[in-house]
Design a protein around this ligand. Structure first.
Ligand SMILES: O=P(O)(O)OC[C@H]1O[C@H](O)[C@H](O)[C@@H](O)[C@@H]1O
Length: 269
């Protein structure tokens, strides 16, 4: 991948170009992160001393404007899924603006805004990096909206990991039926299901990477759980599914009201 350097914002934050896509790159003592301005999408988060990225990003991602980036934490907004075109809403395809930053020795806050054609704020996203990373999304539009923080987690091998603290019932989007499922849950086939957000924390246990990841949801109503397995998926190689798992923090049935926020905190243990 070629990167082109653009003007520096601060010693810790710079803007680079990944093919067509402008990307903020943070290098700080709390860790390193990359945020695409298309989509306001966190692409990478590696806390200080972490051996592996917490987030998965497709190794075949073409970084083309107007093409949804496969990996990181896409923001699906103002709708989720294929209820309308484009799938998962327009926010992941649009350019967001850097609207604030606050960088101290112990913490970094980066804020991006999604503006409409009248320069009014439709939505805001705040990334708060400390020893963990919190992503907080706020909806400002008048019309109630859906949102999903569609996190792709980086795992050593999907065959060896499991997820703790999910409910034992979910809606299977593939069969359109409610299923009873095991908890802790392992993934060994195409899975696409929606859980009620009964428990605010899930944990991905990954013995291969010798770590666990806590996923702490705030103000979610659903958790979406997805791995495409061998299903052909745009922007993903045919082995991509082996090293990723999506556990998504969502508001699907209970729409976000104007001014309301949803957040996820990602903690490596
Ligand atoms: O291919 P995309 O539009 O990025 O969607 C990727 C996936 O997102 C969510 O996890 C949905 O539940 C899946 O049904 C969908 O396949």
């Amino acid at each position: 991948m070629t990167t082109q350097k653009l003007p520096f914002f601060s010693p810790h934050l710079k803007l680079v170009q990944y093919q067509d896509i402008p990307v903020l790159v943070l290098e700080h003592s709390v860790g390193s992160a990359k945020i695409s301005l298309q989509g306001g999408q966190l692409l990478s988060w590696k806390p200080a001393n972490a051996k592996q990225d917490l987030l998965w990003l497709s190794e075949v991602e073409p970084f083309k404007l107007g093409n949804a980036i496969r990996g990181g934490v896409p923001i699906c907004y103002p709708w989720f899924g294929k209820v309308k075109e484009p799938a998962h809403g327009t926010a992941r395809l649009r350019l967001w603006e850097l609207s604030g930053q606050d960088i101290s020795d112990e913490a970094v806050l980066i804020e991006l805004a999604l503006l409409n054609e009248k320069q009014q704020m439709e939505a805001k996203i705040q990334f708060h990096f400390t020893t963990s990373c919190e992503i907080r999304f706020t909806h400002y539009g008048e019309t109630p909206a859906q949102v999903a923080l569609h996190s792709y987690f980086n795992v050593s091998n999907i065959a060896d990991i499991w997820v703790e603290n999910l409910p034992t019932e979910c809606f299977n989007s593939l069969t359109q039926q409610t299923d009873n499922v095991e908890s802790p849950r392992k993934v060994f086939e195409h899975v696409d299901c929606i859980y009620q957000a009964e428990y605010p924390i899930q944990t991905i246990v990954d013995p291969g990477f010798k770590r666990s990841i806590d996923i702490v949801h705030n103000n979610a109503s659903e958790i979406v759980f997805w791995n495409p397995w061998h299903t052909t998926t745009s922007g993903m190689s045919n082995t991509g599914y082996q090293t990723m798992l999506c556990v998504e923090t969502a508001r699907l049935s209970r729409l976000l009201a104007q001014g309301e926020s949803i957040a996820v905190r990602i903690i490596e243990k």
